[in-house]
Design a protein around this ligand. Sequence first.
Ligand code: HEC
Ligand code: HEC
Length: 337
Amino acid sequence: MNIFNNHKRLYITAGLLFAFLTYLTVIMPAFKNQYNNLPLPGTKPLSGDAKAGKLLYIAEGCVGCHSQQVRNVEMDKVFGSRPGMAADYANIGRTSIWQNTATLMGTERTGPDLTDVGNRQPSIDWNLMHLYQPRSVVPQSIMPSYKWLFEMKINPTKNDVVVSMPSQFLNGETGKLVATKEALQLVAYIQSLKQTPLPQGIIANDFLYKKAIKIELGKDGSASLDGKALYEANCVACHQANGEGLKGAFPPLKGSQIVTDGNLELYVDIIMNGYDARAEYGVMAAVGTNMNFTEKEVTAIINYERSSWGNKGKKVTEEEIKKVMDFVKIKASASNQ
Ligand code: HEC
Ligand code: HEC
């Protein structure tokens, strides 16, 4: 045949066939995929600081221990309110002309998944302490400390962000611990990691392989949630497992007046809307509101804290807490206006 005797024709035909097949099997599906998976409507772009923080996250190798993907299996439920989907990553572009798109989904989970860590752990103070010395807030942590993102200053200026670090973690160094610009950028990135809520009316895929929920039965046979598990998931990072908190950063709940016999309204308000009453401690974020606590959950946590570490507070009922929560909600929305 003529085509096999004419090298020009042969190459042009093969080239065209190659281009056509590449278009059909590679380029067209990629385009289609992109338009099928637009970012969710509420997706927020990264701020300038968070963008710089993302580069530091890559440079420091955090992805070696942390994933950013909530799989649709029950054991991943603690890492987000719904399983991840393609649209969650659709907003991420190339890092630079020379660098590929860094979705940072990760393959290793030596530490927890960080997809929704901005909601789970919104405190700047906690994140800075944890970066400087993870074992100051999580005694059994195996995460490396990132001390080079901080410096010691004898006389910090007004613009310096001073980290209230208990002195036993400062290795005898003198002065105040100050976060560098890099540490603040990295924390800005970590705090930007939040799952975008689905638009109204769209229901997320379910988590598969559900486990039975542990339920405690009260004396009267009524079912309540496991307060200890809720405390461990939401409060232990700061107030610690022994309820003693951390001197100079987080107050003890063991023996706390507010916990045992203070007014219930303040207690519930602190859990739902956070607390910043004293200079000697950091700021508590609005843990309950961020996690969408129900009255069942708040009741279980309060009853756990009132009966642990030697605390002997009166147990509360769901009805009592519901009333207080309604009141606290009205108060919070009034003060936001
Ligand atoms: C050697 C593995 C390792 C590396 C590297 C590592 N981490 Fe961790 N990380 C952990 C472990 C283990 C935990 C759980 C214990 C703890 O909270 O300290 C953790 C916890 C965290 C948490 C708290 C998560 C939560 O759910 O409360 C954050 C935030 C975090 N790491 C951020 C980072 C950042 C940012 C980097 C990079 C600068 C990093 N990690 C590098 C192992 C690692
Ligand atoms: C990110 C760290 C952090 C987390 C997580 C956290 N707290 Fe706090 N909490 C604080 C800080 C800091 C204060 C003190 C604020 C102040 O006094 O300025 C505080 C104060 C309190 C107080 C007042 C105690 C007293 O005697 O003054 C209660 C009660 C409390 N928290 C309960 C909880 C509960 C319940 C949870 C979990 C649902 C929780 N906290 C999660 C940081 C945290």
